[in-house]
Design a protein around this ligand. Structure first.
Ligand code: ZN
Length: 288
């Protein structure tokens, strides 16, 4: 069985060294708010590993391949920077890494050109995107053109979804259910991967009727009680659930100081996750 983590984030080394200053200089306050958060005890919610640290963590915990997801950057220039960094990562480690591109629809036609450029550089999907965080309406014409292009080029589109029942935290952005229903309906030729169980049990129940909608498991241990994974796996179509961690978030802050994969993989296996969920579905969905 091959284990493929379909939801991993990495950032250019300069972002990891001084995240707050880097984000301020680039006009990315929302990223800074979310990614430099600290828990009440002062520990960071995530680290900023290098690509070599990621590969070592994957080796240690039995992850064969990681799909690197970008971020819903506010600035088009940051999207280009991230896509370029990811293209380098994938060129260096084509057997271990795949990567999705990010774009800011507000860039207009330049966003479409950036998707084509990134695909030419070897990127295989779009995401993690969030029109709600990128200040773009779901019926925005450029956003629509991007989703149509993604369908034509067979690029899966990973979207961030917030569970409305989850606890409020600084930087949390609401993502109404009807927006995802509208997108799934309006773009039947586009494969969507809705992150974080598609926004939890209520959203997932409403969205699983759409055959072009897939779900990932990212950050589940931080958001739900143990046991939730088993319920979600039982409720969702087995062919449309992808294991994703949201590394480098620390998923078990009570007993882990550094991010890793093993704890959540163990939790998913104990909850009955199939080989398809742990890697087979991802292997089928992405053009490697
Ligand atoms: Zn997310």
């Amino acid at each position: 069985m091959r284990v493929i983590d379909a939801h991993v984030h990495l950032y250019p080394p300069e972002a990891g060294r001084e995240p707050t200053a880097w984000a301020a200089a680039r006009g990315e306050p929302h990223w800074a708010e979310l990614c430099t958060r600290r828990r009440r005890d002062g520990r960071p919610v995530q680290t900023f590993p290098t690509v070599d640290e990621l590969l070592r963590a994957m080796d240690a915990d039995g992850v064969d391949r990681a799909v690197l997801l970008g971020w819903y950057w506010e600035q088009p220039a940051t999207c280009v920077l991230q896509n370029t960094f990811y293209a380098e990562c994938v060129r260096a480690h084509p057997d271990r890494l795949a990567a999705f591109a990010t774009v800011q629809p507000a860039a207009g036609p330049a966003a479409l050109a950036e998707v084509r450029r990134a695909v030419g550089e070897g990127l295989v999907g779009l995401g993690e995107l969030s029109p709600h965080s990128q200040h773009v309406a779901v019926d925005d014409p450029v956003w629509g053109e991007l989703l149509t292009l993604a369908g034509e080029l067979n690029l899966p589109v990973n979207l961030h979804v917030t569970d409305p029942a989850s606890r409020k935290f600084p930087g949390r952005v609401d993502t109404p259910l009807e927006d995802f229903v509208q997108l799934a309906r309006a773009f039947p030729g586009t494969k969507f991967i809705l992150a974080h169980w598609g926004g939890g049990p209520v959203y997932a129940e409403a969205l699983k009727i759409f055959p072009n909608v897939h779900f990932d498991t990212a950050a589940s241990p931080l958001m739900y009680e143990p046991g939730a994974a088993g319920q979600m796996l039982a409720a969702l179509p087995a062919g449309r659930v992808l294991y994703g961690s949201d590394y480098p978030l620390v998923l078990y802050p009570k007993n882990e100081a550094l991010p890793g994969f093993a704890g959540f993989l163990d939790e998913l296996k104990a909850a009955g996750a199939s080989a398809a969920t742990l890697g087979g579905n991802a292997e089928r969905e992405f053009a490697w």
